[in-house]
Design a protein around this ligand. Sequence first.
Ligand code: CAA
Length: 285
Amino acid sequence: MTDNIKTFGVIGAGQMGNGIAQVAATSGLNVIMNDISEAFVEKGLANITKLLTRGVDKGRMSAEEKDAVLGRIRTSVNIGDMAEADFVVEAATENETLKFKIFKDLDEACAAPVILASNTSSIPIGRIAAQTSRPDKVIGMHFMNPVPVMRLVEVIRGLATEEETFKTTWDLAGKFGKTPAEANDYPGFIANRILLPMINEAVYCLYHGVGKAEDIDTVMKLGMNHPMGPLALADLIGLDTCLAIMETLYNGFKDSKYRPCPLLRKYVEAGWLGRKTGRGFYEYQ
Ligand code: CAA
């Protein structure tokens, strides 16, 4: 199923996009990593180089393998370059208008049989697919952050996604060394339908003064054996992304249990987006 995929396109060179590009290139595919500016793709490539160098230092790969992986990654600031790709994953900012535009452009640029996947955390796949002339070839391929470390890929079927598209995407996740899990197309799918209300509730605990950030995280780390506390995890994901997902859940189900915590919104409005801006629930160097 995946034998015909030689060149893999990634739209977005941010924390998800560059992670996806890294795992795809490590699996042996040629990768085109695209973003809107040279500065963004350079930053993405620098992060991949840093992580691969760490892999060499830790004895996980040789310096030659690292060079070969980097040699397979080409950067691009022109979405038309995706004409060369055999499979494309979009990992742009979690914004519906932006993603719709990208899918329209990809639909124009890519050959008819090419699968167009979205790494969206919560926007319905059917809505994205409807922007294209190939809804049967549109699917959700949802990687977890940090992509090189996390083993899961959630594969989401849209209403029109055809079986072959699903199988190819499923197999590709396996080729990347990930374990796929299947979800249907409802807001938040499985991962974020469960994870984000927990994070939102942790923000409510902070908002209501039930506990300080450190104590909320300690409770979940030591009491529930989570690898990191929900507020530290929110900082890792990005508070803007967390808010966008809660809005999608709230708007999608019209159920008040998904209302985003006002404190989360306040942080986002202040530009305190977590690790990427140096400040969220915690401060970062
Ligand atoms: N990028 C790449 N690698 C990273 C990394 C990053 N941002 N952060 C940590 N790592 C690597 C480290 O380099 C280290 O690898 P080596 O030492 O073998 O080189 C390894 O991960 C372990 O890191 P640490 O020892 O520093 O710390 P840790 O043991 O606490 O692990 C963690 C860090 C993997 C992030 C772990 O805390 C964890 O699993 N946290 C939960 C992550 C999670 O829940 N992710 C899902 C988010 S939700 C999502 O992504 C979906 C969405 O749509 C919002």
